[in-house]
Every structure is written in structure tokens, then in C-alpha cells.
Design a binder for this molecule. Structure first.
Ligand SMILES: NC(=O)C1=CN([C@@H]2O[C@H](COP(=O)(O)OP(=O)(O)OC[C@H]3O[C@@H](n4cnc5c(N)ncnc54)[C@H](OP(=O)(O)O)[C@@H]3O)[C@@H](O)[C@H]2O)[C@@H](O)CC1
Ligand SMILES: Nc1ncnc2c1ncn2[C@@H]1O[C@H](COP(=O)(O)OP(=O)(O)O)[C@@H](O)[C@H]1O
Ligand SMILES: [K+]
Length: 518
């Protein structure tokens, strides 16, 4: 797992390194510049093959905060490497920070050329060192014009720390933003580089170690409230299957799903749970779905019984409940959802509430009392809007803040599904997901996720290791995204379907097994 920080957390870390560890700010700046110049040099060498960089001409556009100081140092390092490198200062030089002024003096001593009226399309690379984590308001006027020129230029574009104009905490565009091909960010990814649209503006993101120290004087973590993103290597921590296990020990999933004429969602969710390694899956559905479901998925068990005795037996049998896919919001769907939500909560079973399960909850807020720390809610933006009463654009302005609020209010684990899915709980554990792609915006993709979450919960049943529910949910979201990535590789983002993601699931989980065996 890697940390993801906010701008204020990053400033705290910079400050701690400088003041507690006595690392001069200029040392951090030099390391930031070295790392960025190196990435640019690598790009140029790859592009030019032979290493002859005579045709290259680089313009670094610098503001007056420390992001501009990084930029000036980058321009100097490239100049000293024999590459044609020039500086353009954007803004008011009277506002230069001490460090940036120092960088300016060094650059002038080395006679790094400075342009006053650059001809934008003469450059092969444009580096953006205007604003970093210090961006504090909407970009207007001259800065906006400059960024628009930079974007229109045909050059390869590299951003220092974060593309200017991207809000480092929310990923929002403040007025305008630099459209980078490459972003070299320092110490940790910033939230705004994970969330959209910031993630799209950042291009390929490289995290450079510049020697930031993440502890205070007492040794406690400064960025303890930071977010996390899961990566491939974390999958080796998934519990291995015990050699002596049987289908009973590998987890029993009860899926309360499907309604008359609606069995597809139940089928996808159940199939994903089975392909994800759950020992047994039973679908609680309506009698009309028996023949299609049993023909489509003979591995799953099925019951259409719905009375107190049968329900209790099914509830006792299962380890994990998934409630919602294709349930409908009226009639039997509503009754089934309420019975299993209430009694699942009372029995202390983990419940994954998805799709129509969430829509029913939104219509009956008094049932929120059955949501607790064992419940995982998996709304997409539309469902979330129904649950919390805000419209989708309000949610998208700051999805993390909205997710925190709802997790706090509900007491459950919230999986707010979007291009960058946010997972959080009432303790503000926060995960931002970086796997997946737009091909996953296809019908049934969410049903697959609910099945994968159930299967990941099952993996942990017979394992001594304690993991928080939010971590397990975030791991499942990451795995789901990897399935989407494999499906895209095989079928392309237009043609891939939810079923292709399920087909990719064994491959993804095999990768975890291979990794854990070393
Ligand atoms: N030692 C360190 O800390 C290290 C920091 N490092 C680097 O420093 C970066 C952070 O530097 P920073 O804090 O100086 O802020 P930065 O992003 O340069 O911007 C602040 C300037 O922008 C201005 N401004 C803001 N918004 C504006 C707007 N919309 N329109 C117009 N102006 C606007 C603002 O003006 P003001 O708001 O004060 O009027 C101020 O002048 C960080 O991202 C990393 O690259 C690394 O070298 C490692 C060591
Ligand atoms: N652009 C995207 N990039 C990555 N993942 C995406 C993107 N669009 C959608 N997804 C993922 O695909 C899934 C879609 O779920 P959902 O909207 O519930 O689909 P459905 O209701 O059709 O089953 C979610 O897990 C979401 O995070
Ligand atoms: K920048």
C-alpha cells in the first residue's frame, strides 16, 4: 500500500523534515529538481534513441512559490546537462519565496537563458512549475492565458508535483489546468492526482523520493490520517487457501437478489463470488428465476422460500450476505431486503448492501438503524445521491468529504463507486482506488463487484490475521479494477462486458497466489 496525502498533510511533512530533522529546504528542492530532470532526460533519450538531444528545446514556466523554485532548478540542471533549456517567469517576482529567489540567483550565475515572450510552439518540452500544493484559489487573468498557451503548444508536457490548476485535495480544475503527459510528484501521491479530473490531467505519474521524513519528534506519524492506495504487491497478503479446507470452510455466501424477470444481476454477482473462491453460494430469489439461474450457473444453490423458518435457516447457514442486485424496490424485493438486513445485522453477519438494496434504504431512511460496522454499502454516484440527498455534481466536487460524511452518519463501510472509487469507514480510514478503466462503465459491472467483495470476505474467514472491513472492501475494489484491466486488454474498452471481468478474476487471483509463493 502507498500513502496518498492532502496538500496540508504534505506541507506538514515538508515542515517536519525541515524543522524537526534539520534538512534544509533547498536540499529537498534540489532532490525534487534532480528527480524531475532525470525523468525528462529519460523521456528525451527514449524518444531520440541515440541520445543526441540537439533538436530538443525545453521551456520551464515558473511561478514564485516553491513550485517555481523547483522549476528554476530543473531548468538549470537540464541546461548544465547540455540540453537547450530556458526559463519563463510567470507572475510577480516581488512575491518570490526565499528558496525560489535563491534558485533564481543560482540559475543566473549559471546563465540559464530567460525568455520574456516565448514562442510557445518552438519548444519540444514544456515544464509546468507554476503552482504546486500551494494553489489556493481559481486561476484567472494572465496565469490562465499562460496555462492555455502551454496546453495548446505541441510540446511534451511535464508537471512539477501537480499540474497547475488542479486542486491537490479534490482533483478539481480551478479555472484552468495544465494538461500534463508526465507528472513527477514528491514523496507521496496527492489526492488530486488520484481523483478525477486531476488524474487525467496528470498523465503518467511518477512518485519521487526526495527524503521527506514522516515522523514528528516523538516518532509518531505526521500523516497518520493519510489515504492509501492498494497496489499489486499487496495481493500477496491475501490469505492462502488452507490445504485441509473444504467448501464449508471457504465461506458461504447468501445472495438475496433478483426479482420477477430480473435474474442477470443475481447471476453476475453469484458467479463473481464463486470465481473469487467462495466455497458455496446460495441465491435467495423468486421462483420464476429458478430455471434460468440454474441453467446459467449450476454451481450456485437456489432457494425461493421466504418464511421465518426458511429465512432463519439460510441466515444461520451463511457467513456473508449480499443484498440487492436486481431485487427491485417494491413488493417481495422490499420485504426480503428488510428481513435479511435487520436479521443479518442482529446476527452480526457481514452484509454487503448493493444496487436496489441501497435504493430501498434511500426510500426508507428509518431502516438506517440496521446499518452498522459490519455493513458494506456500495453505491454508485446515482445511488449515493438518492441516499444522501445531494446531486451528483455536488458529490463529484469533493467525493472524499461526502464519503466521510455518509460513513460517519451510517456507521458502515462506504464504497463510493466511480472512476476512482473511494472506500472509507466511520474511523476515516480512507482508500482511493487506482486500478480499472472506463470499459468498466458497463451494465452489471457493479454486480460483479458485490460478488468479489463477498469472496474476499470469505478468504479471511479461516485466517488468523485480523483486517479491518474497510481494507477488505478496498482490496476487493482493487481486484475488481484489475479484472477490468485484463478484460480491456483482451476485449478492448468498448467491447468488454461484466462477464469478461468475471472471466479475468481467476487470472487476477492466481497472480496473488504466485506472488505469495515468491
Ligand atoms: N520546502 C518545501 O516546502 C518544498 C516544497 N516543494 C515544492 O514547493 C511546492 C509548494 O510550494 P509553495 O507552498 O510555496 O506553493 P506553490 O504551489 O509554489 O504556490 C504558491 C504561490 O502561488 C500563489 N498562488 C496560489 N494560487 C494562486 C492562484 N490561483 N493565482 C495566482 N497565484 C496563486 C501564491 O500566492 P498567494 O496565495 O500567496 O498570493 C504563492 O505565491 C510543492 O508543490 C513542491 O513543488 C519541493 O521543492 C520540496 C520542498
Ligand atoms: N471510468 C472508470 N474507471 C474505472 N472504474 C470504473 C469506471 N467507470 C465505472 N467504473 C467501475 O465500474 C463499476 C460500475 O458499477 P455500477 O455503476 O454499479 O454498475 P451496474 O449498476 O451496471 O452494475 C464500479 O465498480 C465503478 O467503480
Ligand atoms: K506544477
Amino acid at each position: 500500500m502507498k500513502k496518498v496525502v492532502t496538500c496540508s498533510q504534505m506541507k506538514l511533512l515538508d515542515h517536519g523534515t525541515i524543522h524537526n530533522m534539520h534538512v534544509p529546504s533547498l536540499v529537498l528542492m534540489e532532490r525534487a529538481a534532480l528527480a524531475t530532470a532525470e525523468e525528462i532526460r529519460k523521456y528525451l533519450e527514449k524518444k531520440n534513441g541515440s541520445g543526441n538531444l540537439k533538436k530538443e528545446r525545453i521551456l520551464t514556466v515558473c511561478g514564485f512559490g516553491n513550485n517555481g523554485g523547483d522549476g528554476i532548478a530543473i531548468a538549470r540542471l537540464l541546461h548544465l546537462a547540455g540540453i537547450r533549456s530556458e526559463i519563463y517567469l510567470a507572475g510577480n517576482p516581488d512575491k518570490m519565496t526565499e528558496e525560489t529567489r535563491h534558485q533564481w540567483d543560482i540559475a543566473m550565475s549559471y546563465q540559464v537563458p530567460v525568455m520574456n515572450n516565448p514562442v510557445w510552439d518552438e519548444y519540444t518540452v514544456i515544464v509546468d512549475g507554476i503552482f504546486g500544493v500551494g494553489l489556493s484559489r481559481e486561476i484567472t487573468g494572465n496565469y490562465k492565458e499562460i496555462i492555455d498557451h502551454m496546453n495548446e503548444a505541441p510540446a511534451y508536457k511535464a508537471a512539477v508535483d501537480i499540474p497547475s490548476g488542479i486542486h491537490g485535495d479534490t482533483g478539481a480544475v480551478l479555472g484552468t489546468a495544465f494538461e500534463a503527459d508526465l507528472t513527477v510528484t514528491f514523496a507521496y501521491k496527492k489526492r488530486g492526482l488520484c481523483l478525477y479530473p486531476g488524474r487525467a490531467y496528470a498523465g503518467r505519474t511518477v512518485v519521487a523520493d526526495i527524503g521527506i521524513y514522516d515522523r514528528d519528534r516523538d516518532g509518531s506519524e505526521l500523516a497518520s490520517k493519510a489515504a492509501w492506495h492498494i497496489e499489486k504487491s499487496d495481493m500477496k497478503t491475501l490469505p492462502a487457501r488452507k490445504p485441509w479446507g473444504n467448501k464449508g470452510t471457504f465461506g458461504k455466501v447468501l445472495l438475496v437478489a433478483g426479482s420477477k424477470g430480473m435474474c442477470g444481476a443475481a447471476c453476475l454477482s453469484a458467479s463473481a463470488a464463486l470465481h473469487g473462491g467462495a466455497g458455496m453460494v446460495k441465491i435467495q430469489t423468486v421462483e420464476e428465476n429458478r430455471i434460468p439461474l440454474q441453467s446459467l450457473l449450476p454451481e450456485a444453490m437456489l432457494t425461493s422460500e421466504f418464511d421465518e423458518e426458511a429465512n432463519k435457516k439460510n441466515l444461520n447457514w451463511c457467513d456473508v450476505l449480499v443484498i440487492g442486485p436486481g431485487l427491485g424496490t417494491e413488493g417481495s424485493g422490499k420485504e426480503r431486503m428488510l428481513w435479511f438486513l435487520e436479521n443479518g445485522a442482529k446476527a452480526g453477519k457481514p452484509v454487503i448492501l448493493d444496487a436496489d438494496g441501497l435504493n430501498i434504504l434511500a426510500m426508507h431512511p428509518q431502516w438506517m438503524k440496521f446499518i452498522g460496522e459490519q455493513t458494506i454499502l456500495t453505491p454508485h454516484m446515482g445511488e449515493m445521491s438518492r441516499l444522501c440527498g445531494l446531486n451528483v455534481s455536488e458529490l463529484k466536487e469533493d467525493p472524499v468529504a461526502r464519503a466521510y460524511q455518509y460513513a460517519e452518519k451510517s456507521g458502515g463501510v462506504l464504497v463510493l463507486k466511480d472512476a476512482c472509487t473511494v472506500v472509507t469507514d466511520r474511523n476515516e480510514k480512507l482508500y482511493l482506488n487506482l486500478s480499472g478503466n472506463s470499459g468498466m462503465a458497463t451494465a452489471g459491472s457493479g454486480d460483479v463487484l458485490s460478488g468479489i467483495i463477498a469472496s474476499v470476505l470469505c478468504m479471511y474467514l479461516s485466517c488468523e490475521e485480523e483486517r479491518e472491513l474497510s481494507y477488505k472492501a478496498a482490496m476487493a475494489v482493487y481486484i475488481h479494477g484489475l479484472c477490468g484491466d485484463i478484460a480491456r486488454e483482451k476485449k478492448g474498452s468498448h467491447g468488454m462486458t461484466a462477464k469478461d471481468m468475471i472471466e479475468a478474476l481467476p487470472e487476477v487471483l492466481k497472480l496473488a497466489e504466485v506472488q505469495s509463493k515468491g
